[in-house]
Design a protein around this ligand. Structure first.
Ligand code: UDP
Ligand code: MG
Length: 326
């Protein structure tokens, strides 16, 4: 057996108010992982749930303490920061992320592992037949295209969180202290040999998506501000073009004034142009604000999340990092 097929696996699952779905997740996840025939650990991160999620995770920890670890966060910090909290704990050679709502079939983990065994250090996924609301799919297509054009990140389906990261990438991610981030994009920036595979996707089994339109917009701003300054440059360039056009307009009108004498028509056209420019201006200020707000959060250097409790076996048979095995 070569070293890669002995690689150990950490599975990180963020859970936010998922009490009703946990049982079916456990009954599918653990057999799928046992079938891999390698050492693994599952790290559940409770993202400040207000329902019985923590109790459900504790129960599962008591059933399978050898392969289960639970990180309980003090407050809700969002899916991506919750994954960061899980990454800080992950000890496997490979780390796979998964949603708790069974939209990502746990059986697909085997395919991610296979791709990593063949040498990929980052396995992205593309959802076949995505089962989400129509407006979500349309918005995703738009955001994927926008990201392709404004960043160097080449991932087909940024929203699919079922992904695999090699140890070195997880270490690199762990060394980042950003307060707002987008984990798949961050991982991609460190990847040397990224690949993509297709995975199945299911409808959410129980409960509702934790993303309102507002939260989705915020998440996409995290992605945009975290990985590109093109939006800022776009506004400075738009400013230059508009100034140039205005200058030409000014010269033209001055000549007209000399040739035709004073005129005072086209008031409504003037309004339309003024409103349009004010709109562009407000949008530009907003974009700058998105960056500035995140810089402000970053410079305050508050802890990004606080761990309220960590459930794990003390003397553990759990997986040993490759470095220590050697
Ligand atoms: N999640 C989380 N914190 C949040 C929101 C979501 O940990 O603030 C988790 C959630 O429990 C689930 C995953 O992130 O395991 C994906 O969330 P969801 O299914 O609501 O998102 P969608 O599939 O609609 O994109
Ligand atoms: Mg979901």
């Amino acid at each position: 057996m070569n070293a890669r097929t002995e690689a150990t696996v950490s599975v990180v699952i963020p859970c936010y108010n998922e009490e009703h779905g946990l049982q079916s997740l456990f009954t599918r996840l653990y057999p799928a992982l046992d079938a891999l025939h390698r050492q693994y650990e599952v790290i559940f991160v409770d993202d400040g749930s207000s329902d019985r999620t923590v109790a459900g995770l504790r129960e599962q920890f008591n059933k399978r303490p050898d392969v289960t670890r639970v990180v309980v966060l003090a407050r809700n910090v969002g899916q991506h920061m919750a994954i960061m909290a899980g990454f800080a704990q992950a000890r496997g050679d490979y780390t796979v992320t998964l949603d708790a709502d069974l939209q990502n079939p746990p059986e697909e983990i085997a395919n991610i592992i296979a791709a990593m065994d063949s040498g990929a250090d980052y396995v992205g996924t593309v959802r076949k037949n995505r089962h989400d609301a129509y407006w979500r799919k349309a918005a995703s297509r738009l955001m994927n295209r926008f990201r392709e054009q404004t960043t160097h990140i080449r991932i087909t389906d940024q929203g699919c969180m079922l992904r695999g990261y090699d140890r070195e990438i997880v270490d690199a991610i762990n060394s980042c202290v950003e307060v707002s981030t987008f984990v798949p994009a961050l991982g991609y920036t460190f990847a040397r040999n990224p690949v993509e595979i297709e995975v199945a996707h299911a409808e959410r089994a129980v409960g509702q998506s934790k993303y309102s339109l507002f939260r989705l917009i915020r998440l996409n701003f995290d992605l945009m501000t975290g990985f590109s300054v093109v939006p800022l440059q776009f506004f400075s360039m738009a400013g230059m073009v508009i100034s140039l056009v205005s200058l030409l307009g000014f010269v033209g009108l001055t000549i007209r004034r000399i040739v035709h004498g004073p005129e005072a028509e086209g008031l409504f056209t003037l309004f339309a142009i003024a409103f349009f420019l004010i709109g562009v201006l407000l949008m530009g200020v907003g974009v700058v604000g998105e960056y500035v707000g995140r810089i402000y959060e970053q410079v305050r250097q508050r802890p990004r999340y606080t761990v309220a409790a960590l459930l794990e076996q003390e003397s553990t048979e759990a997986i040993v990092p490759a470095k220590e095995r050697a």
